[in-house]
Design a protein around this ligand. Structure first.
Ligand SMILES: [Zn+2]
Length: 141
């Protein structure tokens, strides 16, 4: 159970249909790069269920659960060019953090009535990203 066969960036680019709703090539490349560090089973789920969209302002990234949007039962991850303020490893971490909200089936930010639940979910997402990055670095030292 040692071999994780990570997808190549080309495979993800193809599966994701190059994230057509993201109107920023640099961001499309970043999304593919971030996803290429994940177990292929997770990438498959993301490609099937998540639509990445460009965001103009506010937050660096926002996760929107499919219960909040009536669109083909899809979840959304909105990403802002504001994340270019950070170095690349942090940009990747931000993308993976939003993916973690999806994998953990969290609610959309606006749907929390309770701040402590929100904080717990943020922490849970951050922990999952650390776990993913540990697995990736073990296989790609
Ligand atoms: Zn978050």
């Amino acid at each position: 159970m040692d071999g994780v066969n990570f997808y190549s960036k080309d495979e993800i680019w193809y599966d994701l249909n190059s994230a057509p709703e993201v109107d920023d090539h640099k961001m499309q490349v970043l999304i593919v790069k971030a996803l290429s560090t994940l177990d292929p089973n997770i990438v498959d789920k993301v490609c099937a269920k998540v639509i990445f969209v460009s965001l103009n302002e506010a937050s660096w990234g926002i996760y929107i659960n499919h219960n909040s949007v009536r669109y083909k039962n899809k979840d959304f991850i909105l990403l802002s060019p504001k994340i270019y303020e950070f170095d690349e490893s942090e940009q990747i971490r931000i993308v993976l953090h939003e993916v973690a909200h999806f994998i953990l089936r969290h609610k959309t930010l606006l749907d929390y009535e309770d701040n402590s639940q929100y904080d717990r979910n943020e922490e849970e997402a951050d922990k999952l990203v650390i776990q993913w990055q540990g697995i990736y670095h073990k296989h790609n030292p």
